[in-house]
Design a protein around this ligand. Structure first.
Ligand code: 5GP
Length: 212
């Protein structure tokens, strides 16, 4: 059974780099390509990180109930196509969704077993520095992103796991550790447990009292 991992972070926390590195490290992880009305940035290819669509096309997808979740982020619409999620499930892979906090809350209503991970910057000052270092935003855009970041980090307590991105290598290792730990949960190990127990002549896994 596929596990859905949802990863959220404020803009500038370094999530894209972490997601890219995690995908390189973990071959059992699939990625659902979101649709967005945001225009492509430099070197972004349609169909890779995003499928770039018009507002009309996005609205038609909402009307046809083709999106698992969607939200407006920084004035643009972003959504996860249900078909992309189904494709990952059909491949038997786990799925990583890079979505904002509003989308994560909506997704959990449809997929309550999804595992949620929030990436925090080491501090507000560090986030501000990173946004300035990117040099891609003017002052107004930076303060807008910082304001939005405060609203986003305020809900990190609703997530299952927190990763602080102080050092990229460490953060990627922690993310990978979360993936491995979640896959090791007994419910997720069931298909592998049954044949091992059968080799011991035990037909069904028993639920022993831990302290008995
Ligand atoms: P960016 O435009 O910088 O790539 O992404 C802006 C924000 O949109 C990020 O917080 C990212 O996680 C979020 N985002 C990307 N795809 C989706 C999606 O399919 N649904 C939702 N709700 N948010 C998304």
């Amino acid at each position: 059974m596929s596990i859905v991992f949802v990863i959220s972070a404020p803009s500038g926390a370094g999530k894209s780099t972490l997601v890219e590195r995690l995908r390189q490290r973990d071959s059992n992880l699939d990625f659902a390509t979101s649709v967005t009305t945001r225009p492509p940035r430099d070197r972004e290819i349609d169909g890779e990180a995003y499928c770039f669509v018009s507002a009309d096309r996005f609205k038609a997808m909402i009307d046809r109930d083709e999106l698992m979740e969607w939200a407006e982020v920084f004035g643009h619409l972003y959504g996860t196509p249900t078909a992309a999620v189904k494709r990952a499930f059909a491949k038997g892979k786990d799925l990583l969704l890079d979505i904002d906090v509003q989308g994560a809350a909506l997704l959990l209503k449809k997929l309550p077993d999804a595992v949620t991970i929030f990436v925090l910057p080491p501090s507000r000052a560090a986030l501000e520095q990173r946004l300035r270092d990117r040099c891609s935003d003017d002052e107004a855009a930076i303060s807008k992103r910082l304001g939005e970041a405060s609203r986003e980090v305020a809900v990190c307590g609703a997530y299952d796991h927190i990763v602080i991105n102080e050092d990229v290598e460490d953060a990627v290792s922690r993310l990978h550790g979360i993936l491995i730990a979640e896959r090791s949960r007994r419910a997720n190990m069931q298909p592998r447990i049954a044949p091992i127990l059968q080799s011991f002549g035990i037909q069904q896994e028993q639920d022993p009292e831990v302290n008995s």
